[in-house]
Design a protein around this ligand. Structure first.
Ligand SMILES: *[C@@H]1O[C@H](CO)[C@@H](O)[C@H](O)[C@H]1NC(C)=O
Ligand SMILES: *[C@@H]1O[C@H](CO)[C@@H](O)[C@H](O)[C@H]1NC(C)=O
Ligand SMILES: *[C@@H]1O[C@H](CO)[C@@H](O)[C@H](O)[C@H]1NC(C)=O
Length: 675
């Protein structure tokens, strides 16, 4: 009898198991709808992602920078049926991003569907751990992501630092919307701050027959009827038959923790909405004041111990604390309001192995630059150590650091953070493996830059400079454009460095003396008169840089032979005048260059180098010529060629005088639409 009962029971269990496996209407992923405590092998984590003891999934950690975390469901999910049609799906999850009361949170969180677990090759920072600079935008990525972005990347046309967007194969969003939340059936949303520290539930639904991808958000358990973002897309080219689903989050220079509290997923039907009250809550990072309180608590506790022992202990403790305070980094209240990440001094010391001479990358006008590897990560950085002698200028100095720390563009070297210790100011930058441009151009470079590389570098510098001049919230004048300040990343993209530093340096010096900061050969003539750097003086320096890159020579070369004039601009002008301008192109390229492009660059270089500031083009125009959006007129050079014949064969001074006597207006040189 008992045996029969057991076998019946086993039989029923088998039927149940088989049936539940076949039953496709069952919510696919229901086990995380109350947290991730029992996730075990069903969740694949990488980067800094971890499941905390209470069942909260933490993707990034408040205490670090430039990190990413991935958490993917370990099992593949079928996204196309046997006839190749995409299957409708629905997911819901609850998340928390730690509050950032005084700044933008960085960088964001995304739900992702990927052909492999995690997104191998994804980079932290602006790529939200999904893509990297080389695969960004490739159709072969097969990645669909819905990002919750808390940082405004102007280079990706983002319009605010609090938006939801659909990203297909690229971090440049297909569609985005600022975050608002709808209550119940209300159709007028109220703004919702993603970094408010509140629990936010998101619903993402894809309806395959209508190709409709909808995103909804709320701070409660009920799914709102109003849709925050709706995007029409046929995913059949994006998704493979089997895909993995999960989350990616990353932090750049501004740290925050990204938590997922619960998650459900379903196919051919709505995912279960999460009951927010039943979810585990994250342990939000304690604030600086909380730390201070616990320290005081310790001291009070010790003093309660009676007798001499307590006195001795207290004295020792006080001695220790005072010593620690004396040695500690200097932090004043106002410094806490500053945007980029503040690094602990000890981390930077460790990173550069105690500022060892062996780690020295170079030393410039502002200080020494060391290579370093941040502890607890493999992020390579360049640390610039600037001695600071004037206390007075310090506040202005650091507030400028805060400003330049918010500048972000693919052709700028990103400032990751800073640190102040006694008289030293330390600035932490991204590390650029290929060093500075001048090392690849002058003297005896290890390898010769190809024409394509040179053209790309010039375009990069131009677009970085345009961003500084016109595309940021206020115009930033670089003040020290030169080959030594153009760094090259692993793919030889130009990245401007030291922007704003010249201005910072002025703050540090005696404010009653204005001094001109710049480098000879790159300094516009009006600078010596007015002492006031402008975007136009940057354009002048850009012109000099452009000629250098094409010619492979320094702007002023005292060792050149007499027929190769000492001033590069003059020499190019002279060759231009006699119709031999292509002779100035760097001979080390052995003639392997595009002649039309070379002529374009040389013309642009000459025009930017005009002594008359009014006559130089803006960077926006320069970029349009470089992009081929505006064409150079055929007869561009003609005025110089005709009159220039008289100038041929003269000395530098005469040539320069001659140039000054000839008022070039660039509108006579370029086709200018409507101007
Ligand atoms: C595949 O899905 C499409 C759209 O949902 C549906 O029309 C079609 O009948 C499905 N085919 C099979 C074989 O299930
Ligand atoms: C970018 O990601 C791809 C994987 O999608 C990887 O193969 C490639 O090596 C990565 N590139 C860099 C520069 O990290
Ligand atoms: C999506 O595109 C595929 C082919 O690219 C097509 O066969 C399919 O019918 C489309 N689906 C919808 C719902 O438009």
């Amino acid at each position: 009898m008992a045996e029969k009962l057991i076998s019946l029971w086993v039989f029923l269990l088998l039927i149940y198991l088989v049936k539940s496996n076949l039953d496709d209407a069952r919510p696919l992923l229901d086990e995380f709808s109350g947290g991730f405590k029992a996730a075990g092998n069903d969740l694949s984590l990488d980067g800094v992602a971890a499941v905390e003891n209470n069942g909260v999934l933490r993707l990034t950690d408040y205490n670090s920078t430039m990190k990413l975390g991935h958490a993917f469901y370990s099992h593949p999910i079928q996204f196309k049926n046997s006839s190749g049609e995409v299957i409708s799906f629905s997911t819901s999850f609850a998340f928390v991003i730690t509050p950032q009361p005084w700044r933008e949170g960085g960088d964001g969180l995304a739900f992702a569907i990927s052909p492999v677990k995690g997104c191998p090759g994804g980079k932290p920072g602006e790529f939200i751990g999904l893509f990297n600079a080389s695969n960004n935008g490739n159709f072969s990525n097969h990645i669909l992501a819905v990002e919750f972005d808390t940082y405004m990347n102007q280079e990706y046309n983002e319009t605010d630092s609090n938006h939801v967007a659909v990203d297909i194969n690229s971090i440049i969003s297909n569609k985005s919307a600022p975050v608002v939340q709808f209550k119940g059936d209300d159709t007028n949303g109220v703004p919702l701050n993603l970094t408010s520290g509140r629990v936010i539930q998101a619903w993402i639904d894809y309806n395959s027959p209508t190709n409709q991808l909808d995103v909804r958000l709320a701070t409660d358990s009920a799914k709102p009827s109003s849709i925050l973002l709706s995007f029409t897309v046929n995913l059949s080219q994006v998704l493979n038959e089997f895909m993995y689903i999960g989350f990616s989050a990353s932090i750049g220079l501004v740290t925050s923790s990204h938590y997922i509290l619960g998650w459900s997923f379903n196919k051919n039907g709505d995912a279960k909405s999460l009951n927010l009250d039943r979810l585990p809550k994250p342990q939000l990072p304690s604030t600086a004041t909380a730390n201070k309180k616990s320290q005081t608590g310790l001291i009070v506790g010790v003093s309660v111990i009676s007798g001499a022992l307590a006195v001795i202990l207290l004295a020792a403790l006080t001695f220790y604390v005072v010593r620690r305070i004396k040695k500690a980094d200097v932090v004043e209240d106002w410094e806490l309001d500053i945007a980029p990440h503040r690094f602990p001094y000890e981390d930077l010391k460790k990173a550069t192995r105690g500022f060892k001479e062996k780690e020295l990358l170079g030393s410039g006008g502002y200080g020494k630059v060391y290579k370093g590897t941040l502890p607890n990560s493999d992020t390579q950085v360049a640390v610039k150590r600037i001695p600071q002698d004037s206390k007075q200028g310090l506040k202005a100095f650091i507030s400028e650091v805060a400003t330049i720390g918010r500048l972000r563009h693919r052709n700028l070297v990103q400032l990751l953070g800073w640190c102040r210790r006694e008289a030293d100011l330390l600035l932490v930058y991204e590390f650029m493996p290929n060093g500075s441009l001048d090392k690849h151009l002058f003297d005896e470079p290890r390898s010769i830059l190809s024409w394509e590389q040179r053209f790309k570098i010039i375009k990069g510098v131009a677009s970085g400079l345009l961003y500084l001049h016109e595309e940021w919230e206020k115009a930033v004048v670089h003040r020290d454009i030169k080959a030594g300040n153009v760094l090259l990343d692993s793919e030889f993209n130009a990245r401007l460095s030291d922007f704003g530093l010249a201005k910072l340096y002025e703050h540090g010096s005696n404010p009653s003396t204005t001094r001109v900061v710049g480098t000879l050969g790159y300094m516009a003539p009006e600078l010596t008169r007015t002492g006031k750097p402008t975007t136009s003086s940057d354009v002048y320096a850009f012109g000099a840089l452009l000629l250098e890159v094409v010619c492979g020579r320094r702007p002023i070369n005292s060792t050149a032979s007499s027929e190769e004039l000492i001033v590069l601009v003059g020499w190019v002008w002279e060759n231009w005048a006699v119709g031999t301008v292509l002779d100035v192109v760097d001979p080390r390229m052995e003639g392997k260059f595009d002649e039309d492009e070379a002529v374009l660059l040389l013309k642009l270089g000459l025009i930017c180098s005009n002594d008359d500031a009014e006559v130089r083009p803006t960077m926006r125009l320069v970029l349009r010529y470089l992009e081929g959006e505006l064409a150079l007129r055929e007869e561009v050079a003609m005025p110089y060629q005709k009159k220039g014949a008289a100038g041929a064969g003269r000395g530098t001074v005469e040539i320069l005088n001659y140039m000054q006597s000839f008022p070039t207006t660039w509108s006579s040189v370029f086709d200018v639409d409507g101007r």
